[in-house]
Design a protein around this ligand. Sequence first.
Ligand SMILES: NC(=O)c1ccc[n+]([C@@H]2O[C@H](COP(=O)([O-])OP(=O)(O)OC[C@H]3O[C@@H](n4cnc5c(N)ncnc54)[C@H](OP(=O)(O)O)[C@@H]3O)[C@@H](O)[C@H]2O)c1
Length: 334
Amino acid sequence: MTQSRYFTISEHPEGLPERSLFQLETQELPELQEGEVRVRNHWLSVDPYMRGRMSGVKTYVEPFELNKPMQGGALGEVIESRHHTLKQGDRVIHMGGWRDVAQLDGDQVQPLPDIDVPPQAFLGVLGMPGMTSWAGLTLVAELKSTDTVLISAASGAVGSLAAQLAHQKGCTVIGSAGSQEKREWLEARGIKAVDHHQSVDDIRKALKEAAPQGVDVYYENVGGPMLEAALDVMNDFGRIAVCGMISRYNEASPSAGPANIAAVLTKRLRMQGFIVHEWVKGHEQEFYRQVSPLVADGRIEYRETVEEGLERTPDAFLALFEGSNQGKMLVKLD
Ligand SMILES: NC(=O)c1ccc[n+]([C@@H]2O[C@H](COP(=O)([O-])OP(=O)(O)OC[C@H]3O[C@@H](n4cnc5c(N)ncnc54)[C@H](OP(=O)(O)O)[C@@H]3O)[C@@H](O)[C@H]2O)c1
């Protein structure tokens, strides 16, 4: 008999979830069915979008079911298989996260690409967040080397790759980040850094100093005061790729939008929201071809913040909203 330890929530949180929302449960896994695999997870991903799944409302993804194992990106090793291609020992990526042992339909499990990087990179810079950075810049914003680019949460999993890709393309890049250490990391990579923990007026002033020529592309990860300040510094016909709005994910009720939203009209801006899997579909090989050599030889630097042990998964998740992660937030299991 194999046991699985997994996290559940038993109610939909309002505002920033409390640590006590998350319960660690144990179950005996049922016998493996034809086509299924059992995977021992070694790395779990926690991501801001999971907050939306806790609200009980269907958005572009189904909400988590109360009292059922939560889900999320995970990386592990097949320990038992009744699937026609997957075998014991295969390293795989799948959505059976928030638990130590997952039992899944083998068709929902992907073998790791054959690229020589530490495996957990496939949950970060070469995984969903990396694809999001690349797709948002290349396919949604249609980035050109002459663009001035602003990226919010620029030292996070998505933002740090977006900032480096834009810089390597020859763009002038400005990134916002919430701590001195994060801003120094950005500056050391040729990215002008702005603190977002200030008033809209002060952010606007800092952006005007960093980009006196104005901004052509805003890669939006946070919403709130950053979006309002960004709208003021956008150039005519600028493009805003709306990847995320983390400042709003814990709002108990919706707050007002940016006061200057009319800039979308007066500056003839294109503002487009996007969800990674819809844009990257069919482009996965192009993404790996372009980005993996840069990661493998160190031209793209990626950072990880690692919590140790399954029990720490909710803490790792909640830390995303405090900005205590540098680069990709991960949980390492034994
Ligand atoms: N559209 C898609 O398909 C897609 C896919 C993946 C991710 N996303 C979105 O992309 C964004 C970044 O995700 P990620 O996984 O790379 O996370 P991340 O940037 O690694 O971590 C979140 C960061 O957001 C910043 N933050 C937290 N609360 C904030 C607030 N109230 N105001 C401003 N900044 C705040 C913090 O950095 P500071 O220290 O700088 O404050 C924190 O480190 C999120 O909005 C996420 O939902 C979208």
